[in-house]
Design a protein around this ligand. Structure first.
Ligand SMILES: [Zn+2]
Length: 879
C-alpha cells in the first residue's frame, strides 16, 4: 500500500515482532506492550467464493461466502472466522445446516484493534461441526449474510457542488477490514484461491480480483464473475463498483486495464498510467519472474483514503494519478504506479506472514519502484532518490528510533512505521552493495521462486541469502532489521608527504547501547591525485578506527562512500576549496554532498559563483536543486541574484527549487517581487505553489495581498495553487482571509483542498482575539464532524482541537463515543482532553490575572498607606 501523504500517521501501520534479537521492549516503545501475532487455528482456507448483491444506492450487501477449509489436526469440531457487524442468516457445512455462535468475542490479547478499544473488531463466528474433521479432510462452509458496512467498504454518493461525483463503492482490506464485509480468516497467515460473483445495477461495472470470466444480464442487474487461480491472503480481496471508462492494452498477452472516471480523456490516462506495460516488462526481467497473474488492472476511485492499494491483479488508485499537462511539469505519480505494480510480486505473490514483517512488502515495493526509476530516468535520478530515502530514514530515526521488525507495540506506536517503507528500501540497497548486482538479483530471484504464492518472514530471506551466496549475513540483518538506528560517521584525513601515507580516521558518534549498536559497515574510500585514483573497500566495525593508504602524490580528493550506498550521517570536515573541488569534479552524489557542505561556507567568496555555475548548468535536477538550496541557506544578495535568475530556467523542477530556496530571504523586497512574478506567470502550478509557500515565509508587506489574489483567482489542476495560498495566508496570520478560506472548507469542494482549508481556517481561528469569534469559527467546523469520509472527520477533529474553543468539547466527546472508526474515536477522545486542558490553563491564567490585579490593588493600598504615613510623619514633624 502507499499512503497519500508521506509519513502521515494512518490507520494501519503495524510494527511488530522478532523474537531472536530483542528480549525487552526497546527504549522509546511502550513499556506495557501487547504482543500482536496472528492467532493459532486448526484449519487452513484453500478457496474462497463470494457471491453478493451490491446495492450502491442503499449501501448494502447481501449474499454468501463459501470457504473450502482443510483440517490441520485430528478431531476438529469447531471452525471460526472473523466477522464484524454482519447479520448471519444461516450457515451450511457441506450443504447441511450447522449450529453457530455469533458474535463471539475473541481472545483480545492478540488484537491491535482491541488495543484501541474496539472490541467488536475482533468478533468471530464459531461454527460447530456435527462430525469432527480428521487431519487433511476438506469441508465447504457456506455463510449466508447481509450488512451495511461503513468500514472495509466505502460508499460514495453524488455531492452538491461537485457535478462529477457519482455513486460508487470500493473496498479497502488492508490491514484487517475485509472481515467487515466477508466473514473470513482475516490475517495474512494463509493463502486461498478466490472467485467472486457480484450483481450490480445495470450500467454499472464491477471490478474484483483475477480474470473476468463472465458478465451476464439478470433482469435489472448485471452479474460479474471473477476468478483468481493463484492463492492470495484475505486482505487483498477487493471490490469496486461504479460507472467507469475502461482503457484496454496488453503486456505480452496479458490484458492490462486502466479503469477511470467516465469523462477522463486518453491523454490524461496515459500521462498517469502509460508506463505500466514497460514496468511489467522491466520487473519481469529484473526480478527474473514473469508477472504472475492473468490480468493487471488499475482502478481510479473517488475519495480514496490512501495513495494506492495493491489488491491482487486489481490495484486501487487515488484520483491524483490523473493530472493535466501543466501539473505534470512538476508532478508525477509514476513512482506510485511502479510501487503498486512491484507489490504484485512483493506483497501479493509473496506476503508477510505477520504484520511485524511488513517491510518484506513495503520495503521491497519501495525499492523496486526506485529501480524502475533507474531504468526509466537513469542512474543519477535513482541515486538521488536513494539519497533522499536515507535522509527520510534519518529524520524518522530522530523522531523515533525503532527496529524495522519489533516484537512489541501498542496502538499508538502502530501509527508510526514509516521506516518499513524507506528503511526497507535502504536495507535492500545496502544488501545489493554488499553482494554486488549479479548475486543480489539472483538471491532475490530465488527468494521469489522459493516462496511464490506463499507467506514469508524475514528469516526466510535470511536463509535464501545463506543458500545462494554461501555468506552468513545474520550480523547484517541483525543490525539493520532487528536492531535500530544508523551509524553517524565523523571522518577526518591527513597526509604525510614524507611517507606518502594518507590516514583516514573514522569515528562512529551515535549514542550506542540498548538497541543501537556499533555498526559493522563495509564502505568504499576513494582517493584521487593528479593523474590517478584508487578505490579501497574497508570495513568499519569499531567506534574509532584509522585506515592508512599509500598515495603517490598528495590527494586532491578523498571521498567516503561516494555513491551513498550506506544509510548513515557523514561529517567529513573539508575546506571550502576542497568542497568546491568535489562539487566540480567528483561523482554525482559526492557533488551533492559538496553542495550541502558549501551551504555553511558562504563567507568564502568563491562559493556562491561555484554553486551558481552548477545551478545554471544542464544536468540532472537533483544536483541543481541542492545548489539552489545551498544558495538559499547562504542568503546574501549574490545568492539571491543567482536564485532569481534560476526562476527563469527551462527545467520546472529547478525553478521550483529556486522558489523554495527563496523562502529564506525574510522581508526581502527583491525576493518578493521575483516570487510574485513566478506566482502569476510560471506555467507550472507546482512552481506557483512553491513561490506562494515562500511568500508566506518571507512576510513582506505585500505578501498577504499576493496570496489572497492567488486564492481568489487561480484555478489549477488538483487545486495545488489554492492549497499553497491558504497555507501561506496561515503563515502570515492573515485572519482577514478567514471568510475566503471558509468557502473552500465547506462541502462541495474537492477533498484535498477542503481539508487544507479546514486546517487553515482553524489555525487562523485559534489566533482570533475575541472568544465569540473563536466560538463561531468552531461552530463552522462542528458542522462537518458527521461527514461520511473518514479523512474529513479526522480533519474536523483536528480543526476543532486547533481552534481550542471549549464549545467543541461536547462535539468531540460525542465523536469519541459514536464514530464508527476506533482510530477516530481515540483521536476525538484525546482531542476533547486537549481542549479541556487548554481551557483549564486559560482559566488558571485568568485566575492568575485576577490575583495579579488583586496584588496590584494591595500594593496600591500599601503605597497609599505608606504615603499617608510619610505625610503624617512630616506633618507631625511640622507640628
Ligand atoms: Zn505499498
Amino acid at each position: 500500500m502507499m499512503r497519500s501523504t508521506r509519513f502521515a500517521p494512518l490507520i494501519l501501520c503495524l510494527i511488530l515482532c522478532s523474537q531472536q534479537a530483542i528480549a525487552e521492549p526497546p527504549a522509546g516503545i511502550s513499556p506495557d506492550p501487547l504482543r500482536y501475532v496472528s492467532p493459532s487455528r486448526p484449519y487452513t482456507t484453500t478457496h474462497t467464493a463470494v457471491d453478493l448483491d451490491v446495492d450502491v444506492v442503499k449501501q448494502t450487501v447481501a449474499g454468501h461466502v463459501v470457504h473450502t477449509v482443510r483440517a490441520l489436526r485430528d478431531g476438529v469440531d469447531e471452525i471460526s472466522f472473523n466477522c464484524v457487524e454482519l447479520t448471519l442468516d444461516s450457515i451450511l457445512v457441506d450443504g447441511k445446516r450447522a449450529e453457530f455462535d455469533y458474535p463471539v468475542m475473541s481472545d483480545l490479547s492478540t488484537s491491535w484493534l482491541a488495543a484501541a478499544g474496539e472490541a467488536s473488531a475482533d468478533d468471530r463466528v464459531v461454527i460447530h461441526l456435527s462430525v469432527p474433521l480428521a487431519r487433511g479432510a476438506n469441508t465447504k462452509i457456506a455463510i449466508h449474510y447481509r450488512g451495511a458496512p461503513k468500514i472495509g467498504l466505502y460508499w460514495i454518493q453524488p455531492e452538491k457542488g461537485l457535478p462529477d461525483k457519482r455513486h460508487e463503492v470500493w473496498s479497502q482490506g488492508e490491514g484487517e477490514d475485509n472481515r467487515r464485509w466477508i466473514p473470513c480468516n482475516d490475517y495474512p497467515n494463509e493463502k486461498a484461491t478466490f472467485e467472486g460473483r457480484f450483481r450490480v445495477p445495470k450500467g454499472y461495472f464491477a471490478m474484483s480480483n483475477g480474470a473476468l470470466v463472465e458478465k451476464k444480464e439478470k433482469g435489472d442487474r448485471t452479474e460479474f464473475y471473477y476468478k483468481l487461480d493463484q492463492p492470495q491472503v484475505s486482505y487483498l480481496i477487493m471490490l469496486a463498483v461504479a460507472k467507469y471508462k475502461v482503457y484496454e492494452t496488453k503486456w505480452r498477452d496479458v490484458p492490462v486495464q486502466y479503469v477511470v472516471p467516465p469523462n477522463t480523456d486518453d491523454a490524461t490516462i496515459l500521462r498517469g498510467y502509460g508506463k505500466t506495460v514497460d514496468m511489467m516488462e522491466y520487473f519481469s526481467k529484473r526480478i527474473g519472474i514473469d508477472y504472475p497473474y492473468a490480468r493487471y488492472a488499475q482502478i481510479v476511485v473517488q475519495d480514496y483514503i490512501y495513495g494506492g492499494m495493491e489488491n491482487t491483479t486489481a490495484t486501487v488508485m487515488n484520483i491524483r494519478t490523473l493530472y493535466d499537462e501543466r501539473d505534470a511539469l512538476t508532478h508525477t505519480e509514476v513512482n506510485l504506479v511502479a510501487h503498486e505494480l512491484a507489490h504484485q510480486w512483493w506483497g501479493d505473490m509473496l506476503t508477510c506472514r505477520e504484520w511485524s514483517h511488513m517491510w518484506l512488502n513495503e520495503g521491497f515495493a519501495t525499492y523496486y519502484a526506485y529501480l524502475y526509476k533507474e531504468h526509466d530516468e537513469g542512474v543519477d535520478s535513482f541515486r538521488y532518490k536513494m539519497h533522499e530515502v536515507h535522509n527520510d530514514v534519518i529524520a524518522q530515526d530522530k523522531k523515533d528510533t525503532r527496529p524495522m521488525v519489533v516484537d512489541f507495540f501498542n496502538r499508538k506506536d502502530a501509527a508510526n512505521n514509516a521506516n518499513v517503507y524507506v528503511k526497507g528500501a535502504s536495507f535492500l540497497h545496502m544488501l545489493r552493495y554488499l553482494l554486488g548486482d549479479a548475486l543480489y538479483h539472483e538471491t532475490i530471484r530465488q527468494y521469489g521462486e522459493r516462496y511464490k504464492f506463499n507467506v514469508v518472514e524475514t528469516q526466510d530471506l535470511m536463509r535464501v541469502v545463506k543458500d545462494v551466496t554461501g555468506e552468513n549475513l545474520d550480523w547484517f540483518f541483525e543490525q539493520w532489521v532487528f536492531l535500530a538506528g544508523h551509524p553517524e560517521f565523523k571522518v577526518s584525513k591527513s597526509f604525510d608527504r614524507k611517507t606518502g601515507v594518507l590516514q583516514v580516521s573514522v569515528e562512529q558518534t551515535q549514542k550506542t547501547g540498548g538497541i543501537i549498536p556499533v555498526f559493522r559497515v563495509p564502505v568504499d574510500i576513494d582517493i584521487a591525485w593528479e593523474g590517478g585514483q584508487a578505490t579501497h573497500r574497508v570495513t568499519v566495525e569499531q567506534a574509532k578506527q584509522d585506515f592508512y593508504f599509500q598515495a603517490p602524490k598528495e590527494p586532491t580528493m578523498v571521498l567516503f562512500d561516494k555513491d551513498d550506498w550506506i544509510l548513515k550521517t557523514l561529517d567529513f570536515s573539508k575546506t571550502a576549496k576542497e568542497s568546491i573541488h568535489d562539487l566540480e569534479h567528483a561523482s554525482y552524489l559526492a557533488r551533492i554532498h559538496a553542495a550541502e557542505a558549501l551551504a555553511a561556507k558562504g563567507k568564502d567568496r568563491d562559493v556562491v559563483p561555484a554553486l551558481r555555475a552548477v545551478l545554471e548548468a544542464d544536468g540532472h535536477f537533483g544536483l541543481r536543486r541542492e545548489c539552489a538550496l545551498a544558495l538559499g541557506k547562504i542568503g546574501n544578495d549574490e545568492a539571491l541574484d543567482a536564485l532569481a535568475a534560476g526562476l527563469s530556467t527551462k527545467d520546472a523542477l529547478v525553478r521550483l527549487a529556486c522558489a523554495e530556496a527563496m523562502g529564506n530571504f525574510y522581508r526581502n523586497e527583491d525576493a518578493a517581487s521575483a516570487l510574485e512574478k513566478a506566482i502569476n506567470n510560471d506555467r507550472a502550478y507546482g512552481v506557483r505553489a512553491e513561490a506562494l509557500t515562500s511568500m508566506g515565509k518571507i512576510k513582506t508587506a505585500n505578501a498577504a495581498k499576493v496570496c489572497t489574489a492567488a486564492l481568489d483567482k487561480q484555478d489549477s489542476d488538483r487545486e495545488t495553487v489554492r492549497q499553497a495560498a491558504i497555507n501561506a495566508l496561515v503563515e502570515l496570520k492573515e485572519t482577514a482571509a478567514m471568510d475566503r478560506i471558509k468557502k473552500y472548507a465547506m462541502p462541495g469542494t474537492r477533498r484535498e483542498l477542503r481539508h487544507v482549508a479546514m486546517a487553515g481556517y482553524a489555525k487562523l481561528g485559534h489566533d482570533l482575539a475575541k472568544d465569540g469569534d473563536r466560538r463561531r469559527a468552531s461552530d463552522v467546523i462542528a458542522t462537518m464532524v458527521d461527514d461520511w469520509h473518514l479523512r474529513t472527520r479526522r480533519a474536523a477533529i483536528d480543526a476543532l482541537v486547533t481552534i481550542g474553543d471549549p464549545s467543541a468539547i461536547p462535539t468531540l466527546q460525542r465523536m469519541a463515543s459514536n464514530d464508527p472508526l476506533a482510530d477516530l474515536r481515540e483521536r476525538a477522545r484525546t482531542g476533547a482532553d486537549q481542549v479541556t486542558a487548554m481551557t483549564a490553563e486559560l482559566k488558571t491564567n485568568t485566575n492568575q490575572a485576577v490575583t495579579i490585579e488583586e496584588l496590584k490593588r494591595r500594593v496600591n493600598t500599601l503605597e497609599q498607606d505608606a504615603e499617608k504615613a510619610r505625610r503624617d510623619a512630616a506633618t507631625a514633624k511640622q507640628e
